[in-house]
Design a protein around this ligand. Structure first.
Ligand SMILES: Cc1cc2ncn([C@H]3O[C@H](COP(=O)(O)O)[C@@H](O)[C@H]3O)c2cc1C
Ligand SMILES: O=C(O)c1cccnc1
Length: 351
């Protein structure tokens, strides 16, 4: 396992959390009436160690990778789509490209392990190999490949936060990655594949059944049934390069005091792996949305997470996280800009 990954993440500032809670209680509204927005502003204040939380600079990183297991008919789309989408990200036509433009935030796309033979223009290439091996018949990755993928996440994260970041948004692209993510989720939680496996890009029921069987057989083949396996062994057995890179980026972000906005099912599985490797990163995670992918709710419960949005999204690419950013920005604006009862000469609650 990468030696840096266990390094402690800072503890959020309890002093700033307390000040932010007091401020929320004094703003001109019935106490608690802004619901989850109050909690988001207080959390950001504590994480950023400030009286004035911000969600302006929110760079997006997308990690892409291909999956050998995709050859088993577990996705509704062919593996070619992964690299084709890299070109689409770079030329600005993908959903996340549009969202990044509208939000005015930078988008970094990292090829963490696609099948592409040459670097894609406008995409950072940092990959130990082209695609994972088919985990239906062999280990997806060697331990050194896992270490390199975790490091890829950390390198990209550091590059992005060097330009300044109030928080980071993480996303992924990789045909077949809901299969890898579901296998990882099962191995980390001991849940049955039937409960975790979803339809991904749009498999029909027969396709989902096939996916369940592929995962069941793989968990048995690699000896990672139940919940006792170590994260590095799980990544090596059934992992994805972009998923390991996400885990590395999540831990590194928390170690560098930068909150992370978590996207849907795949990024949440990477987050669960991060929390298992290094529990001190958990306070730095903000959960953006509840995906329509079966299994995402279980991941959220596993981390005791309350997502901001529930829009029936099942896209990935960090799109759910990007869509939640305006809510975070407005939560900060309310926290920072509203008048207190004293300032506005409004009467407080009847004692
Ligand atoms: C055109 C296209 C764009 C996408 N953008 C994200 N995904 C999403 O779908 C994939 C996971 O689903 P599965 O495991 O079923 O392959 C990932 O690439 C994910 O990011 C896409 C999928 C497609 C087809
Ligand atoms: O929840 C997600 O992130 C998701 C679901 C389906 C396909 N791609 C991503």
């Amino acid at each position: 396992m990468a030696d840096w990954i266990g390094g402690n993440c800072p503890v959020p500032s309890e002093t700033h959390a307390k000040l932010a809670r007091q401020r929320q209680a004094n703003l001109t509204k019935p106490a608690g009436s802004l619901g989850h927005l109050e909690r988001l502003a207080i959390d950001l204040a504590a994480l950023q160690g400030t009286d004035r939380p911000r969600a302006l600079r929110a760079p997006i990183i997308i990690f892409a990778g291909d999956h050998g297991v995709a050859a088993r008919g577990v996705s509704a789309y062919p593996s070619d789509v992964t690299v084709q989408m890299l070109y689409n990200f770079a030329s600005g036509g993908a959903a996340i490209s549009v969202l990044a433009r509208e939000l005015g935030v930078p988008l970094l796309v990292v090829d963490a392990g696609t099948l592409s033979e040459q670097p894609v223009p406008g995409v950072l290439t940092d990959k130990p190999r082209r695609g994972t091996r088919d985990f239906g018949e062999e280990a997806a990755l060697t331990p050194p490949e896992v270490v390199q993928a975790l490091g890829c996440g950390r390198r990209a994260l550091r590059q992005v936060i060097a330009e300044g970041a109030d928080l980071v948004i993480l996303g992924e692209m990789g045909i077949g990655n809901t299969t890898s993510a579901a296998a990882i989720a099962c191995a980390l939680t001991g849940r049955r594949p039937e409960l975790v496996v979803g339809n991904g890009t749009g498999l029909d029921d027969a396709g989902r059944e096939r996916k369940v069987i592929v995962i069941k057989q793989a968990l048995a083949f690699h000896g990672i049934e139940g919940s006792g396996s170590k994260v590095e062994d799980v990544f090596s057995a059934v992992g994805g390069l972009e998923i390991a890179a996400l885990t590395g980026a999540i831990v590194a972000s928390a170690q560098n005091r930068v909150p992370v906005l978590i996207d849907g099912f795949i990024v949440s599985v990477a987050a669960l792996a991060a929390v298992r490797i290094n529990p001190s990163c958990r306070p730095w995670l903000i959960f953006s949305h509840r995906s329509a992918e079966r299994g995402h709710q279980l991941m959220l419960e596993e981390m005791d997470a309350r997502p901001i949005l529930d829009l029936g999204l099942r896209l990935g690419e960090g799109s759910g996280a990007a869509l939640a950013l305006p809510v975070l920005r407005l939560a900060c604006a309310l926290h920072n800009g509203m008048a207190t009862f004293d300032e506005a000469a409004v009467s407080g609650r009847i004692p």
